[in-house]
Design a protein around this ligand. Structure first.
Ligand code: FAD
Length: 306
């Protein structure tokens, strides 16, 4: 297959002639791979990018998803990313065997994502965010959290976001005010507003796993008082099945000049539209220990694959 999205010749030069990626197979971690498996993965990335990402690129940019009473949706089918298999986030080369993937070296994954981003920068943001979210949880989440939230992300059923910014706090995360209230059962109820959240609402996945920075009352001031929470759009029952809407509500969409296939959202947590268990607040699960969790979120920013 020859594509006009990227030059295979340039990619071959960068990966094999310049970076000598195949030398990585000398290491035990990548011993099962070879130049042939790297090239096969790149062939697949090219095909997925060409057949599933590129066709709706222009339509998604021309007609950004509108917001409706039920959330954010794409009105025109032609502008929607394909959710049929293989789903964008369910990209096995990006994951380690522990999480159900192929353990392809990072440099090859980056080359794969170059295909997706060349084909459709808007749609590729969804797997990009989901990979970063899952990698953060693999590094800092409990075994139960990994099982509950990462596994469906690897399967492409759940997508992920990162919720740092607030209307009054962009660069200055020390000023965030989203407030989690501890509950007797070890969970938290969150109240607050998050601004500029990419992929914050859409209909492309069964669920959205928000990773939310918030300030537990009584903690130290500034960034040292920031904790990290998993706050799903839809709560799960004990068996991991979708159960009930959490109180995470789309308030509005931010409109961009380009890159419009990725929804950018203003979200309210604990607005009272949905009251899980009849009580106020969005249900959240603490990741790691309380406080000083900002560096964990930066793990997501730096470990999204690519
Ligand atoms: C397309 C898009 C997608 C986004 N997606 C997400 C997302 O998924 N999740 C999320 O949490 N956020 C997201 N954001 C928000 C983004 O992270 C913020 O825009 C960013 O943190 C900057 O905050 P701000 O826009 O409030 O700018 P401000 O913080 O108000 O900064 C404005 C200007 O002031 C400068 N400045 C700020 N502080 C200082 C200082 N102390 N000294 C000197 N100069 C300073 C900045 O460099 C900048 O030039 C997104 C934003 C955009 C545009």
């Amino acid at each position: 297959m020859s594509s006009t999205l990227l030059s295979r010749r340039d990619l071959r030069f960068l990966l094999h002639d310049w970076l000598e990626a195949t030398r990585l197979t000398e290491r035990p971690r990548y011993a099962e791979h070879s130049r042939e498996t790297f090239d096969a993965v790149l062939d697949l990335a090219e095909r997925v990018a060409t057949e599933r990402f590129a066709p709706h690129n222009r339509a998604a940019d021309l007609s950004e998803p509108p917001s409706t009473a039920g959330g954010c949706t794409s009105s025109r089918r032609s502008s929607r990313p394909s959710t049929s298999s293989p789903r964008p986030a369910c990209w096995p080369p990006a994951w380690t065997p522990r999480s159900g993937g192929m353990q392809v070296p990072h440099v090859v994954q980056v080359a794969c994502f170059a295909w997706f981003q060349a084909a459709n920068i808007g749609t590729s943001a969804y797997p990009f965010l989901t990979l970063g979210n899952a990698n953060l949880l693999l590094a800092y989440g409990s075994a139960e959290q990994i099982d509950t939230w990462v596994r469906p992300m690897v399967q492409g059923r759940f997508f992920g976001t990162m919720c740092l910014s607030e209307p009054q706090a962009g660069s200055s995360l020390a000023d965030i005010t989203t407030r989690p209230e501890p509950q007797d059962d070890g969970t938290y109820r969150l109240h607050g507003t998050k601004m500029w959240i990419s992929g914050g609402d859409h209909e492309l996945s069964e669920n959205i796993v928000h990773l939310v920075l918030a300030r537990i009352p009584g903690g130290p001031p500034g960034v040292k008082g920031i904790s990290l929470f998993i706050v799903p759009k839809v709560l799960l029952d004990a068996d991991g099945a979708l159960e009930a809407r959490n109180d995470v509500v789309l308030v509005g969409l931010n409109h961009k000049m380009g890159y419009r296939g990725t929804t950018n959202t203003l979200l309210n947590f604990g607005e009272g539209v949905h009251r899980p268990g009849g009580r106020p607040g969005a249900v959240g699960y603490l990741v790691g220990e309380p406080h000083q969790r900002l560096p964990q979120m930066f793990h997501m920013l730096t470990s999204s694959r690519p």
